[in-house]
Design a protein around this ligand. Structure first.
Ligand code: UDP
Ligand code: MN
Length: 434
């Protein structure tokens, strides 16, 4: 009797859900949503979003893209009972066409059973209607911030409302590729302390062509805490017999990754005193490695992202001060004595405000995390400390430097390190195939 009733109830709730989703779908029309904001003749198509809006609008929301994975990825098998995930996308004044394409690509290219929900966080965009309209799409929920919070606090808000056991973070101008989700969920299911990301393909900001990124890159940085893609160290590359194998990475780019929800919470989510954009990827990466987890890039998962050359939005405290505040927080909490190299590489950071870090230091102690020295020795030994570089002498000629160490001549290279100028771009690099 009891089972009979619960089955009936289950059927009712299932039927209700289906009807509800169908009604939602019927109310949402791409056309009305996209027609809401159109570029006017004569407008600069790059002005508002720092990418070519005209091209994005022209494409439609369901275009096909090339499967950029290694061919061996297609024959891999994944568990049939993978847990589902909550997709979290925060946006501030995103173009309607790119945001809709991000959502549609998730719905088109993921097994439906793996998508518990898509949570959008509208970070106080000028037009509240974007959020309302997108909520009409099945599985999509949209929360709107009452004031500008920045991507860090917005993602935490999304994570706090997520109901699935696994969190998947995406930017608001992505296109996910074939079977992007299964490899990531599989790795996290096998070991909940893994934090995984896909290879991030490049969507051209000019013509929106979908371009394959190199599969031999990982995330790295210099002492100024500027993120860059770099080649996998040669020994690791030689040891890779299987191109579908995960790539260990010292840091993640930041925008696109999958993480177990309990692990995210256990490790202290994000540093919510960081504002707007930047630095959070270092803080999370150091924390994950130093507190018992690992970071990897999965070559069989591909997600396209529009990399831009500038931020199209304002920073209330200014772009430079915000980046300094956020990276200072990461350096002060996690980098121990190595933070001196951060200050040498970024002298302007000295004396700038970064708020209280007491809570984050308490968290670090509570989690019993390893020292930064351990990270340097075990995760990122390729990041040389400036003193080691100073041992070698550098003979400068024009823009080129003859590098020597002891009696060995290392070669003529672009000048870097002590005394050399360094581009301080604060926009994350793209990783094109070379
Ligand atoms: N974002 C946000 N609030 C902000 C700044 C950014 O919600 O104050 C969102 C943005 O819309 C995007 C994501 O955070 O979905 C990452 O920002 P962006 O793409 O500008 O960073 P990038 O990819 O260039 O590192
Ligand atoms: Mn982005």
């Amino acid at each position: 009797m009891i089972t009979h009733v619960s089955k009936k109830e289950m059927f009712h709730s299932f039927a209700f859900q289906m009807i509800f989703q169908l009604l939602k779908w019927l109310t949402f029309t791409n056309k009305a949503y996209l027609a809401g904001k159109q570029l006017k003749p004569g407008d600069d198509p790059y002005r508002e979003h720092a990418f070519n809006l005209q091209e994005s609008d022209r494409l439609g929301s369901e275009r096909a893209i090339r499967d950029t994975r290694h061919y061996r990825c297609a024959s891999l098998n994944y568990d049939t009972d993978l847990p589902s995930t909550s997709i979290i996308i925060t946006f501030h004044n995103e173009a309607r066409s790119t945001l809709l394409r991000t959502i549609k690509s998730v719905l088109m290219r993921s097994p439906p059973s793996l998508i518990q929900e898509i949570i959008l966080i509208d970070d106080f965009s000028s037009d509240p209607e974007d959020c309302q309209l997108l909520s009409q799409i099945p599985k999509v929920h949209c929360l709107r911030n009452g004031r500008r919070e920045g991507l860090i606090r917005s993602r935490v808000r999304g994570a706090n409302t997520a109901t699935a056991s696994i969190l998947t973070f995406l930017d608001s101008h992505c296109e996910v590729n074939t079977d992007w989700l299964q490899p990531m969920i599989q790795r996290v299911k096998e070991d909940h302390t893994r934090v995984v990301s896909p290879i991030i393909d490049v969507i051209s900001l000019d013509n929106f062509a979908y371009l394959a990124a190199s599969a031999d890159l990982r995330g790295g940085f210099d002492w100024s805490l500027h993120f860059k893609w770099e080649q996998i160290p040669i020994e690791q590359k030689m040891a890779r017999s299987d191109p579908t194998q995960p790539i260990r990475t010292p840091v993640i780019a930041g925008g696109i990754f999958v993480m177990d929800k309990s692990w995210f919470n256990h490790l202290g989510q994000y540093d919510t005193h960081m504002d707007i954009w930047g630095g959070e990827n270092f803080e999370l990466s150091f924390r994950v490695w130093m507190c018992g987890g690992s970071l990897e890039i999965l070559p069989c998962s591909r997600v396209g992202h529009v990399f831009r050359k500038r931020h199209p939005y304002d920073f209330p405290e200014g772009n430079a001060l915000t980046y300094i505040k956020n990276t200072r927080r990461a350096a002060e909490v996690w980098m121990d004595e190595y933070k001196q190299y951060y200050y040498s590489a970024r002298p302007s950071a000295q004396g700038k405000a970064f708020g209280s870090i007491t809570d984050r230091l308490t968290l670090r102690r509570k989690l019993n995390c390893k020292p930064f020295r351990w990270y340097m020795e075990n995760v990122y030994p390729e990041l040389r400390v400036p003193e080691q570089e100073a041992v070698s002498s550098v003979l400068k000629q024009g823009g080129s430097c003859l590098e020597t160490r002891g009696i060995d001549i290392l070669g003529l290279a672009e000048c870097r390190g002590i005394g050399a100028s360094r581009p301080q771009s604060q926009v994350r690099d793209q990783a094109l195939k070379v």
